[in-house]
Design a protein around this ligand. Sequence first.
Ligand SMILES: *Cc1c(COP(=O)(O)O)cnc(C)c1O
Length: 424
Amino acid sequence: MNFINELDFARQLDQKDPLRSFRDRFYIPQRNGQPLRYFCGNSLGLQPKAVRAALDHELSVWQNLAVEGWFDEDEVVRNKPWLTIHERSKPALAHIVGALETEVCAMNNLTVNMHLLLTSFYRPVGKRTRILTIGGDFPSDMYAFETHIRARSLNPDDVLIEVYPRPGHETWQMADLLRSIAQHADSLALVLFSGVHYYTGQVFDMAAVAQAAHDAGALVGFDLAHGVGNVVLQLHHWQVDFAYWCSYKYLNAGPGGVSGIFVHERHHASAAMLPRLAGWWGYDQSQRFAMTKGFVPMPGADGWQVSTPTVLAMAVHDTAVQITAEAGMPALRQKSELLTGYLYFLLGDIIRIITPEDPNLRGCQLSLLIPEQGKTIFDQLTQAGIIGDWREPDCVRLAPAPLYTSFEDVWEVGNTLRRLLARS
Ligand SMILES: *Cc1c(COP(=O)(O)O)cnc(C)c1O
């Protein structure tokens, strides 16, 4: 598309946008009666209007049925009882990550799930003990690796291989990653990193990584905190062994919202034999209340559940992910490429953008490097009603989320930045 830097042009794109009605399904935060321009869905997605009713509904089930809420289908909405609440979001999650319903389950929070899945899928044996990841991934993932490896009585310095971008570069060459995986083929147990990098917004070719990892005799997993609801995923088809994500970024399921996991069908038959940290909520549902010894997992991803689900958070989660599934990932992605493409067009010639320009190598987020006056400019953006996020020492991240960000919002941020930079 030939973009034009004009407000009217942006408004025309909004009028032609087949997903434009989705914006009305979210609360756009306001200041002094004016809607803010929200570019922070990479950190916390906006509140879907429907979640209040969903929460209210579970509160009334609690109020009226109390403990029976676990077992009784409630007669008004015909929702599944809380006992099977994890099933409500399966169709939506399966669509969003490209999986079978048996391969996905909503549970816990992201880092907790990372530990649970590392327990099952990081299996160092003999010389094959190493984990390959990217250098400079999200800190929580780093702490999880470090402590998880120590918990196996191994040394992270020996075991963890961190692949960094080439000197002078912010983003990775796929060829470097694939070469590293092949080079360590004799010692690799696992390849695991973010499918979409939180800082640069770079999207990795997950299918190629999965293929390379398997060729090297290793298992492969992805952290999809920044991938889920952002880019089209085909986890089943790509033969990814496992994955996990959070729901409070692009899935809009609220601060600290429920995480989700993916475990490829190929591991389901042998699931009972896998090492794991189990709890009663992952126990074979039909026998759970027999309360007998000897863990028997539920089939598929559900068997990784540990504790009683947080029903109120699940109600918000299920309502939120439904919206993404309803818009559909292909349509969302189509809009996203245009929306972020427009932002790139507006900023590319005035600011250094470290996110790759090629839409295949990025999601919706652009990471801008503004040396020296970066923090000042960021604060001025905030004062102008534009909400992005700031990463020390010089990075402003802007994420136009296609469910609720408009082309007009994008035009506005482009022109405000232009003005602020010209002044500074
Ligand atoms: C947001 C994010 C997290 C956050 O983990 P929580 O357990 O939800 O606090 C972890 N890893 C990555 C890559 C993230 O982007």
